[in-house]
Ligand binder design. Structure first.
Ligand SMILES: [Zn+2]
Length: 475
């Protein structure tokens, strides 16, 4: 019998707020252990949480970006359990009245067709402290770092609409892009600012039943999520074939071995309404104000880039993949360079160069003005693409403008017919056999001759003019 997979995701996203969720401590979990703490986030008895407006604003922006219905009234519950990273015995979360319900994301399925994936709800939640396991001499010890305790999270819970590892991975990529666009979260799985659990079950193809699901945790990259789901589908199909029942339980992904293993069940207590944090009331007017803060979202930007700049869909998608990149692209174009050349050079030359020179895009010294200057010289045939690549590398090493670099290093392209003819004559006299081949009908020899001439010009000749003159001379 054929099976199909039914997959839902639960994603925790850390909001990039200045402070924690219920106190004024800095929201910087990576600082030296236990430096960003106070009685409230140490959860000392008697401390009273004060809900931060910034958390509500960022969480709301995220919900709007995901097309959710933000609820007029939401509230916090105490999710009761005890663990050393949660000494107060409960986590403030929204169980009964989440911030937002519904919502959706569009992805492309394996066949390149659009597919709509629904969200169930989005709720806010405080993060717990972090356990650090070390050894003191030969004794294993566990330490608790409270920097993370009380930092603001949203949890995004999807409907079980995904059918394959591809769906889940595409969902996470689109989710990440959209949330990053709002500026409310970094969404880095390897930094732990986005964490994903997957619920997976199988059912006979064509049925619409929901069978017992298995939860998989501990995936540190989008690729891991795909691999873990693929493994889990295979494992469950095997069990069903052997008539072994699927039990509701949690498994951990082991990326080294490429398998999931069953983990000990965690006690989950009840969720009871929290008496200390007041209910959150959201007015339509406030929601409209939040909606006006949303930037142009990526799918709209892609269509606009196609329409306004004549980019191909793939180019537009690439230039819109990060908000910062899309703004850079538009800034370069505003300086006058032509959009398709700019898109092509950003994708194939600039981005790799930024990486190679050890920069992040945000810290790259190649500003829009400098990059535009470079592309403009290329388009005016003042330099050829070889030289443009060299100039680009120099932009990382000096603060000079591309024009100054071109003059200083003699990159200016030689298009002067007289000078090029001299070079062509020399190449012809030194490569008689290639010339013979060309004249005997091997048209490919022209490429070799152009190459020789480029070499002779130390890379500065205008290759198009060079080829024209070569053809004339050999005609
Ligand atoms: Zn605090």
């Amino acid at each position: 019998m054929g099976y199909e997979a039914v997959i839902g995701l639960e994603i925790h996203v850390q909001l990039s707020c200045t402070t924690k969720m219920f106190c004024d401590c800095p929201n910087r979990p990576g600082d030296d252990p236990n430096t960003n703490i106070c009685p409230i986030c140490l959860w000392l008895p008697g401390a009273v949480p004060r809900f931060s407006l910034e958390t509500l604003e960022k969480a709301t922006l995220a919900c709007l970006a995901l097309n959710c219905d933000v609820q007029p009234r939401s509230a916090f519950d105490q999710k009761v359990y005890y663990y050393p990273d949660l000494p107060k015995g409960f986590q403030l979360s929204q169980h009964h009245m989440p911030l937002a319900r519904g919502g959706w994301i569009d992805i492309m399925d394996e066949d390149g067709k659009p597919k709509n994936l629904r969200l169930h709800h989005v709720h806010m939640e405080e993060d717990v402290a972090k356990l650090v396991h070390e050894t003191e001499g030969r004794t294993p010890i566990s330490l608790v770092d409270f920097n993370r305790a009380g930092t603001p999270l949203i949890e995004i819970v999807t409907e079980p609409d995904m059918r394959s590892p591809h769906d889940a991975m595409a969902f996470l990529k689109v989710l990440r892009t959209q949330l990053r666009y709002t500026g409310c979260a970094e969404c880095s799985m390897d930094q732990g600012t986005m964490r994903c659990d997957a619920n997976i079950s199988l059912r006979p193809l064509g049925s619409d039943q929901l069978n017992t699901k298995v939860e998989v945790k501990n995936m540190n990259s989008i690729q891991h999520v795909g691999n873990a789901i693929a493994y889990e589908i295979k494992r469950q199909a095997e069990s069903l074939k052997n008539n072994e029942p699927i039990m509701l339980h949690t498994r951990l992904w082991d990326p080294e071995k490429g398998i999931t293993t069953a983990m000990r069940a965690k006690f989950e207590g009840p969720c009871v309404p929290d008496p200390a944090v007041t209910q959150i009331l959201v007015t339509d007017e406030w929601l409209r104000k939040m909606a006006s803060k949303l930037p142009e979202m990526p799918h709209r930007k892609v269509s606009r880039f196609v329409r306004q700049y004549g980019l191909a869909h793939d180019e537009a998608a690439q230039m819109s993949s990060e908000r910062e990149l899309s703004e850079y692209f538009e800034a370069v174009v505003k300086f006058g360079a032509s959009p398709r050349t700019v898109a092509n050079w950003i994708a194939t030359q600039l981005l790799p160069a930024v990486k190679e020179h050890g920069h992040e895009f945000a810290t790259s010294p190649v500003t829009a003005r400098r990059f535009s200057g470079l592309i403009t010289m290329l388009e005016k045939d003042e330099i050829n693409s070889n030289s443009a690549r060299s100039v680009l590398n120099k932009l990382f090493e000096t603060a000079k403008s591309p024009e100054e670099i071109v003059d200083q290093f003699g990159f200016r392209q030689v298009s002067d017919t007289g000078a090029l003819r001299g070079i062509v004559d020399q190449v012809i006299s030194e490569n008689m056999s290639a010339v013979e081949n060309y004249k005997n009908g091997n048209k490919k020899s022209i490429g070799f001759l152009v190459g020789q001439a480029m070499k002779l010009s130390q890379g500065k000749a205008n290759p198009k003019r060079l080829q024209e003159i070569l053809r004339e001379s050999l005609a």
